[in-house]
Design a protein around this ligand. Structure first.
Ligand code: ADP
Length: 337
């Protein structure tokens, strides 16, 4: 994914790690999810049992990894991290499974991209904390049963719909993360500005929040840009980041005033200019934009749907009056005019 869409690249990942909350009470927003997790943590500690397996789903950059990394701090346990695409065969799981400690966490990002064979291999690990390892091949093959330390599997996915039913059922908690309010994002920006020792006016933090498409990762990446812009201008670098400075910095990066980014706009332009506003299948939009349709459905569309720039219909995507208005286009009459 791209930083614009909320997906992450290498520098994003380093920033994410630097700015990530360490404890549940430092996590902003997602209150219901945080409260349920707090109860589960308290119960696990009190009952001296490992936490049940947890699945987080939601668009990129909303805090799935954050929640996963906060939990071992709360529990006083350790975490190992891997991802679906890195696990191409059952043997790829072995180093992680054999390194488990009692109550430790195994985090699998993009768990929907784990192949079926690996998925089936970890069912008994999740259910009974044991695995069946097949040694040798053909008539010489034998199965060894290995016991594991009781542990917690945490899965993260941008598409819970792509996870098989049996896999989903093995998670005790399934938590959906949603986009953040401006208020919550502004809090995150202010806290992170402090972490970066960057003095910032509250209005400047709100401005950043409004232009971060509901996504903390995007807000962080905007914050880093504003910080560079501020530091790179000797005339202003000594004072705090004001509303004006944050506006100039974001305008320079061509970040929309209404929070959409370049890809969001391109999507709406394609839907309206090429397809007359729809209905159009997502594959056609993806092919025209020369972008993977997964990126559209996982990263771009969820925000446009939520903000009601588009709607989904059985015949495809349709641009709403709001989208036409945003692009300054008039909407064609329903009967061809
Ligand atoms: P995901 O795993 O869903 O793609 P991350 O957990 O990596 O997203 O979140 C990206 C960054 O956004 C984190 O490093 C953190 O700085 C920030 N972030 C995400 N959620 C929150 C939150 N609820 N409170 C504070 N910061 C957050």
């Amino acid at each position: 994914g791209s930083p614009e869409g909320g997906g992450s690249n290498e520098s994003d990942r380093q920033r994410d790690a630097a700015l990530r909350p360490k404890l549940l009470r430092e996590v902003i927003g997602q209150k219901k999810v945080a409260n349920r997790l707090q109860i589960a943590v308290n119960a696990a500690k009190k009952l001296k049992e490992p936490l049940g397996h947890i699945l987080f789903d939601g668009p990129p950059g909303l805090g799935k990894t954050t929640f996963a990394t906060v939990l071992p701090n709360e529990l006083g346990s350790s975490i190992q991290m891997t991802s679906g695409p890195a696990l191409s065969k059952p043997a790829d799981m072995l180093p992680f499974l054999t390194n488990l400690e009692y109550g430790s966490i195994l985090f699998i990002d993009e768990i929907h991209r784990m192949p079926r064979v690996v998925e089936e291999f970890i069912y008994p690990a999740m259910e009974d904390f044991r695995i069946d390892i097949v040694l040798g091949e053909g008539v010489n093959a034998r199965t060894i049963n290995m016991k594991l330390k009781p542990f917690t599997l945490i899965g993260a996915t941008t598409r819970s719909g792509m996870l098989s039913g049996p896999m989903r059922d093995r998670f005790k908690m399934q938590e959906h993360l949603d986009y953040y309010t401006i208020d919550e994002l502004a809090q995150i920006v202010s806290i992170n500005a402090k972490k970066l020792a960057l003095p910032m006016a509250p209005e400047a933090a709100v401005e950043l929040a409004q232009r971060s498409r509901g996504t903390p990762r995007v807000a962080n990446s905007r914050l880093y840009w504003v910080r560079s812009y501020h530091a790179g201008h000797p005339a202003i670098a000594d004072g705090p980041v004001t509303l004006d400075i944050s506006r100039q910095a974001l305008d320079m990066q061509e970040v929309d005033r209404d929070g959409l980014d370049k890809q969001d706009r391109r999507y709406l332009e394609t839907l309206i200019d090429v397809f007359g506003g729809g209905p159009t299948g997502v594959e056609a939009i993806a092919a025209t934009m020369n972008i993977a349709s997964d990126t559209l459905t996982d990263e771009i569309e969820p925000y446009l749907l939520r903000e009601q720039f588009i709607v989904r219909s059985p015949r495809g995507r349709i641009a709403t009056p709001r989208a036409f208005e945003l692009l300054g286009k008039s909407q064609p009459k329903p009967n061809g005019g």
